[in-house]
Unconditional design. Structure first.
Length: 78
């Protein structure tokens, strides 16, 4: 059985780069996800991004940030 963390890293590596229009939103996802609103997503849709693209990039940003925090914690306790 594959290591779930390795699977997350592989999924993240296979995700295409985010369009530049998503960068402010993805920074919000990484740093203050609890503040993301429907209005944030709607703004992205109005510039032509699909819901699937927004969702995939949101999940990728959340995985990336989670792994960054996990790696930092492992460095501290390891």
């Amino acid at each position: 059985m594959a290591d779930p963390i390795d699977e997350l890293r592989a999924t993240l590596a296979a995700t295409p780069p985010a369009p530049w229009e998503l960068e402010p939103y993805l920074a919000k996802v990484r740093n203050a996800a609890y503040t993301v609103t429907d209005a944030d997503v709607e703004r992205l849709r109005t510039v032509g991004l699909s819901e699937d693209e927004i969702f995939e990039q949101t999940v990728a940003a959340a995985i990336d940030e989670g792994l960054r925090r996990l790696d930092a914690a492992l460095r501290v306790i390891g």
